[in-house]
Design a binder for this molecule. Structure first.
Ligand SMILES: *[C@@H]1O[C@H](CO)[C@@H](O)[C@H](O)[C@H]1NC(C)=O
Ligand SMILES: *[C@@H]1O[C@H](CO)[C@@H](O)[C@H](O)[C@H]1NC(C)=O
Ligand SMILES: *[C@@H]1O[C@H](CO)[C@@H](O)[C@H](O)[C@H]1NC(C)=O
Ligand SMILES: *[C@@H]1O[C@H](CO)[C@@H](O)[C@H](O)[C@H]1NC(C)=O
Ligand SMILES: *[C@@H]1O[C@H](CO)[C@@H](O)[C@H](O)[C@H]1NC(C)=O
Length: 333
């Protein structure tokens, strides 16, 4: 799935690049963008990073590494990855790159500080990725302004505080991932009514708590991963969506009766392990083309449904329940 996401970023980046005919002409950097880039460099270049070695104020910024301009000399992409000599923070001046469409900062272990709220000015931004750095602080609640946003990954940093409710507003948002941070509080009530047709929502490895909004079951999400949080209450309504393809709710405190949950036909991945889910496994489970399942460590009971695939999975994936029985577990008494 990580690979699929990476592919979708690459596809979008390549289509952006092609639209700028970068090889055909030479563009002259807009002075406002050059000024912003030099401020960004000043805040991120505390260790003479090779990334910035050709960011010379005397030269055209459209030829600097890690940037791409459009034909008007406006910077449309700013991307840095895999550089541990980038030391410092993301300057608020990033908000002055008004034409930016892709901003990716990825695998920069010495990038610290918080996300500047000036990103609210980046109304053309389509891809925003801050992954595997050491940034912290809250995620600014400015997403109502980011009208072009399609893919948002704020992953594996130390972001804290609650999830901004404005994340439901960008009308083209397809991928939303905030996993691997220190986010607390609930899944916002607004997540029941995304303005876009969001296909992937991943909030795993955080400290989220409380019940999840009921309306989330009406979203057309295909991949949903809420695992490794402290979420509680009912989650059975999530299975009401025919679009659901892969769902992980593992390692939470969800508590509901699984017996009569109506599972979507297209479900291929189901992980509800380590919760307080009770009742029996729905009969239909035997008819699905599941590629992965884990229902272990719950309070489930009764006979495991027979059918196409369930018998092929390891018994461990059904173990530590109240009284589940039948293949692949020992026979029912
Ligand atoms: C910065 O790095 C360049 C080459 O990578 C080197 O020529 C220059 O002396 C360095 N400057 C400082 C202040 O370390
Ligand atoms: C940058 O990060 C690397 C790897 O985490 C670390 O070894 C190095 O000391 C850091 N450099 C600076 C200047 O902080
Ligand atoms: C997460 O936040 C808590 C307090 O809010 C803090 O004690 C803990 O160190 C944080 N964890 C990380 C990985 O930043
Ligand atoms: C969401 O998808 C439906 C079709 O499934 C389409 O009619 C609608 O325009 C889409 N909405 C957005 C905001 O893309
Ligand atoms: C479903 O998602 C989990 C993690 O969220 C992943 O490990 C698994 O491979 C996925 N299954 C499919 C069939 O995509």
């Amino acid at each position: 799935m990580k690979r699929a996401q990476e592919m979708s970023i690459v596809v979008l980046l390549v289509s952006l690049l092609l639209s700028f005919h970068i090889s055909e002409c030479s563009f002259v950097c807009h002075p406002k963008d050059k000024k912003a880039l030099l401020e960004i460099k000043a805040d991120m270049n505390n260790n003479n990073a090779s990334t910035f070695s050709n960011w010379n104020p005397e030269t055209d910024c459209c030829f600097w590494s890690n940037t791409v301009c459009d034909e008007n000399g406006r910077v449309v992409m700013f991307i840095i990855n895999d550089a541990d000599d980038v030391v410092g923070r993301l300057s608020p001046a990033v908000g002055d790159l008004r034409y930016l469409q892709a901003l990716r900062l990825w695998n920069l272990p010495n990038l610290t500080g918080s996300i500047p709220s000036t990103i609210a000015k980046l109304t053309r931004l389509q891809i925003f990725e801050i992954t595997s750095n050491n940034m912290d602080g809250p995620i600014p609640d400015v997403f109502g302004h980011l009208k072009s946003l399609q893919q948002l990954f704020l992953v594996s940093n130390k972001f804290s505080g609650s999830i901004p409710s404005s994340l439901s507003l960008p009308s083209k948002l397809v991928y939303l991932e905030l996993s691997g941070n220190n986010l607390t509080g609930p899944v916002p009530a607004t997540f029941g009514s995304f303005k876009s047709n969001l296909t992937s929502l991943k909030l795993y490895d955080n400290q989220l708590s409380g019940p999840i909004p009921k309306a989330l079951g009406a979203a057309k999400i295909q991949t949903l991963d809420l695992s490794n949080n402290h979420l509680s209450g009912d989650a059975s309504f999530l299975f009401g969506s025919d679009f659901l393809y892969n769902i992980s709710l593992s390692n939470n405190k969800f508590k509901f009766d699984f017996s009569n949950v109506d599972l979507p036909q297209g479900l291929v991945g189901l992980n509800i392990a380590h919760n307080k889910i009770y009742g029996s496994l729905p009969k239909q489970l035997g008819q699905l083309s599941l590629q992965s399942i884990d229902v272990s460590y719950n309070n489930l009971c009764g006979k495991i449904p027979t059918g196409r695939r369930l018998k092929m999975f390891s018994s461990a994936l059904f173990s530590h329940n109240k009284c589940l029985c039948g293949v692949p577990l020992p026979a029912c008494k």
